[in-house]
Design a protein around this ligand. Structure first.
Ligand SMILES: NC(=O)c1ccc[n+]([C@@H]2O[C@H](COP(=O)([O-])OP(=O)(O)OC[C@H]3O[C@@H](n4cnc5c(N)ncnc54)[C@H](OP(=O)(O)O)[C@@H]3O)[C@@H](O)[C@H]2O)c1
Length: 265
């Protein structure tokens, strides 16, 4: 455990996959709040929320404000990780209600909850971090994933803009996005089980798993935590493969990470 304790961490979607792995591997003493529908992850407080429903967003904002009101610790972190692929398929054929939920969760919730966190931390003197989970889908057009791809592209560009704004603040919240690569979670299982007519890339995902090409959620989570102590420009958009494979760094010295834009990954 680091000496940097008294840390408050919100993770959306810590009930499963990468979010649960983030909760399990955090290398700091921290109070962790899981914002998800299912909850149940050991060692976390649960805020029950269906983030594809905008009616749930004020409760998250209220949780930020309430917990921060009495907080005099060292660091606050918000990891926006929850996302969905559903519904997979061409935009002209999928269910409109499901498509709307996808847009609300992947595009809108990220920006609205991100904005709520930034407002909630104004005036705090402790270290502040906002990390968005992105995807290679932000850069590449994958048929059958239109609103997911668009949502991740929106997240990345939101991070670039807000990162510039935060550079003007003292202390300012450091805002970054990170694409985790291909990780062995339910989301990958959904891609593999999809019909080729709906997702022309489905076979590629099945092959990826067959040749052992998926990362373990815990390995990715440890690398994501290591980003907290790396000297990244505010507004950086990264791919996890750009992050040097070093032991988790709990305190400086810090090493340079090349951003996704520059590496072209
Ligand atoms: N796995 C990969 O290969 C991969 C690749 C690129 C990017 N990513 C990104 O990494 C992040 C995590 O993905 P994952 O693979 O861990 O996904 P996952 O295993 O499907 O888990 C998704 C998490 O998001 C939560 N979530 C989904 N819909 C929600 C809703 N409506 N309201 C609240 N929470 C909701 C789920 O919790 P509940 O069901 O309990 O609500 C769950 O905890 C996502 O942003 C994803 O886009 C993953």
């Amino acid at each position: 455990m680091s000496t940097l304790s008294r840390m408050l961490v919100w993770i959306t979607g810590a009930s499963a996959g990468i979010g649960a792995a983030l909760a399990a591997t955090i290398p700091y003493e921290a109070e962790i709040i899981d914002i998800s529908r299912r909850g149940g992850t050991q060692g976390t407080h649960h805020v029950a929320a269906d983030l594809a429903d905008p009616a749930s967003w004020p409760a998250v904002e209220e949780d930020f404000t309430r917990r921060l009101a009495g907080f005099d610790g060292d660091r606050v972190v918000f990891v926006h990780n929850a996302a969905t692929l559903t519904p997979l398929g061409p935009a002209d054929g999928v269910d409109t209600a499901e498509y709307t939920r996808n847009v609300l969760l992947n595009s809108a919730a990220a920006q609205v909850l991100g904005q709520a966190f930034l407002q909630a931390v104004v005036g705090l003197s402790c270290e502040q971090h906002l990390m968005m989970l992105s995807s290679g889908a932000a850069l590449r057009p994958y048929e059958g994933e239109s609103s997911y791809c668009a949502g991740k592209a929106a997240v990345d560009h939101w991070v670039r803009v807000v990162g510039l704004e935060q550079q003007r603040r003292k202390p300012g919240c450091r805002v970054i996005s990170v694409a985790p690569g291909s990780v062995d979670t339910a989301m990958q299982a959904e891609l593999r089980s999809s019909h080729d007519d709906l997702l022309p890339n489905a076979r590629r995902f099945r092959e990826l798993q067959a040749r052992g090409g998926l990362s373990r959620p815990e390995d990715v989570a440890r690398k994501i935590w290591s980003l907290l102590n790396r000297p990244l420009e505010n507004g950086s958009v990264l791919h996890i493969n750009d992050v040097p494979d070093l032991p988790v760094i709990l305190d400086p010295p810090r090493e340079k990470v090349v951003s996704r834009e520059r590496s072209g990954a």
